[in-house]
Design a protein around this ligand. Structure first.
Ligand SMILES: *Cc1c(COP(=O)(O)O)cnc(C)c1O
Length: 532
């Protein structure tokens, strides 16, 4: 080999070129800053046409600038969602404490599979999990968990524990033809379907319990469903409660769900399912648990305090879950992936445990602290723990309380303004989060009356379809006529979760995750609707 050429490659790509790196990082930071002068519309149009035709691998060794140049158009053409007019979904701008954490993580590149590959980063994961567990379970004794690549996978862990609880040894023997079901609500995230499919339970055995108008699982219907299933001796692996549905922020009553499940299991002498709580979106509300409403140090308005009291009451429900899913990359405004799966009682992880013989190249793994002995993943990124601890401690609990309260405040403002328009209907008036779902119908229609008629099952499917089309048509019309410099970008859902008589209902959607969104921007949403 030409040693000279080899040395050049090593010097360029493996020596610590601090000056060069700093320069390129600084250029990238400037490129992001330049977004400020743009609208939140597409920054650069896509070119899918030839994306497969020119896969591009350079032939000769280049340098760090070649690395920069090869990704730059795609970097520039990707919106960071820093613009406060982005309200489409549960995605906010990433906070900069998280950026510091995430970059620190990348610089060391730990692999959280075992202690040996990550040392103090493994310790940081324990710290981050415990900090989150203390928020959720309100100071608990023996929690554990791991960061995963997303809420879907965190939910999968909960479901898998449940499956092992009711079909012991399924990890080794499979389901062997036994019918097992999983239960969630009709407003739950579609990942529950994905999981039932991937675990071999089957999507057809994922049972969705209808919700009430506030997007909470109907516990009376859960009760009758369990009764029917257990009469047939069909096992239920898990009941997945949702704490903050993705569109409308519905919250299931985990305490009532647990009581119902335990009563039915005892009545029929069936094994207890995992009570998992999908708090991917809603977990952040637990940071408001300790807010002192009496002294009100942050001077929240009376209306806001009332909402916070309800949040505090809802938070108590979380303590009744065996396990939870937390997406810090949603309301925690951190970097992907920062999703955590947490069990309240560490011993529950025994259901996932593999032996050292199952994981041959971790022969020195220590079951007391090496997650690889129970994780689905082998290599695991450290971004989550770094982003979470940096965000929690950079911003601080009080900082978080302000950010959360502001999200609720903006959602309330929009709900209040929209409810004054008779051709609009706020669909999630009573839910507590930062999201608003609503209808816009043509002027002259009475949206509330139409909604009540749907609840009373008085509309034909043709009538329903016509209203659905009108709601969509007006959304598209606003999209075409909006001024991207003034008008917020909104989301649309074809089913916000409440399905009276099985009818899926669409909705416009706004999620207030961007702390820079102003009251004037909210007022402008309403004005843009009035102008339609
Ligand atoms: C987003 C979401 C998920 C899936 O999480 P990912 O991190 O996107 O995989 C699951 N449940 C709920 C309620 C969600 O909002």
């Amino acid at each position: 080999m030409d040693r000279q050429k080899y040395k050049q490659v090593v010097d360029t790509f493996f020596e610590w070129n601090q000056e060069e790196l700093t320069k390129i990082f600084s250029e990238l930071l400037s490129a992001v800053a330049a977004e400020k002068s743009l609208t939140p519309a597409q920054i650069m149009s896509q070119n899918y046409e030839t994306a497969r035709d020119n896969p591009e691998i350079h032939s000769r060794p280049g340098n760090l600038k070649d690395a920069r140049d090869s990704i730059f158009p795609y970097f520039w053409g990707t919106d960071s969602w820093n613009n406060p007019l982005h309200l489409e979904n549960v995605r906010g701008p990433a906070n900069q404490a998280s950026l510091i954490g995430a970059i620190a993580c990348l610089l060391k590149n730990p692999n959280l599979c075992t202690d040996r590959y990550s040392q103090r980063s493994n310790e940081l994961e324990v710290k981050a999990i415990t900090a989150l567990a203390n928020l959720i379970y309100y100071h608990t004794d023996d929690p554990w968990g791991v960061f995963t690549i997303g809420g879907t996978i965190s939910n999968l862990y909960g479901a898998k524990i449940g499956l092992e609880r009711v079909v012991p040894g399924a990890m080794q023997k499979g389901l062997a033809g036994e019918r097992v079901v999983g239960i969630c609500s009709q407003a739950s995230h579609y990942s529950n379907q994905t999981i039932a499919g991937w675990l071999g339970i089957g999507t057809e055995n994922s049972i969705e319990i209808p919700t009430d108008e506030n997007l909470s699982m109907r516990v009376d219907l859960l009760d009758s469903t369990l009764d029917q299933l257990y009469k047939q001796r069909i096992k239920v692996a898990y009941v997945c409660a949702t704490f903050g549905t993705t569109d409308g922020f519905g919250i299931d009553d985990v305490q009532a769900i647990r009581e119902c499940v335990e009563r039915q299991c005892a009545k029929h002498n069936m094994p207890k399912p995992q009570i998992h709580c999908d708090a991917a979106v809603g977990w952040a509300m637990s940071m408001l648990t300790d807010y002192d409403r009496l002294n009100n140090p942050l001077e929240f308005s009376p209306g806001l305090l009332e909402r916070i009291e309800k949040v505090q009451r809802a938070n108590v429900g979380l303590r009744y879950a065996d396990s939870v899913t937390i997406d810090f990359h949603k309301m925690g405004r951190s970097h992907y992936p920062s999703s955590a799966f947490i069990v309240n009682h560490r011993e529950d992880l025994k259901y996932l445990a593999r032996s050292v013989t199952d994981t041959p190249y971790f022969s020195d793994a220590d079951p007391r602290r090496d997650p690889a002995l129970f994780t689905l993943e082998c290599s695991r990124p450290g971004i989550g723990p770094y982003a979470v601890i940096a965000s929690l401690n950079g911003i601080g609990l009080v900082g978080w309380q302000m950010l959360l309260a502001r999200g609720i405040e903006m959602a309330e403002l929009l709900k209040e303004r929209l409810s004054k328009l008779e051709y609009c209907k706020v669909l999630n008036r009573e839910t507590l989060g930062a999201s608003v779902n609503w209808w816009v119908l043509p002027k002259g229609r009475n949206a509330e009356e139409i909604f009540q008629r749907i609840i009373r099952n008085e509309l034909t499917s043709e009538q329903l379809d016509r209203y659905r089309k009108e709601i969509r048509h007006l959304f598209d019309k606003r999209l075409k006529t909006m001024n991207p410099e003034l008008d917020a970008r909104l989301g649309f859902t074809t089913s916000y979760g409440y399905c009276p008589h099985g009818n899926e209902l669409p909705g416009w959607k706004a999620v207030f995750f961007n702390p820079k969104t102003t009251d004037a921007m909210v007022e402008r949403i309403v004005a843009s609707i009035e102008e339609l």
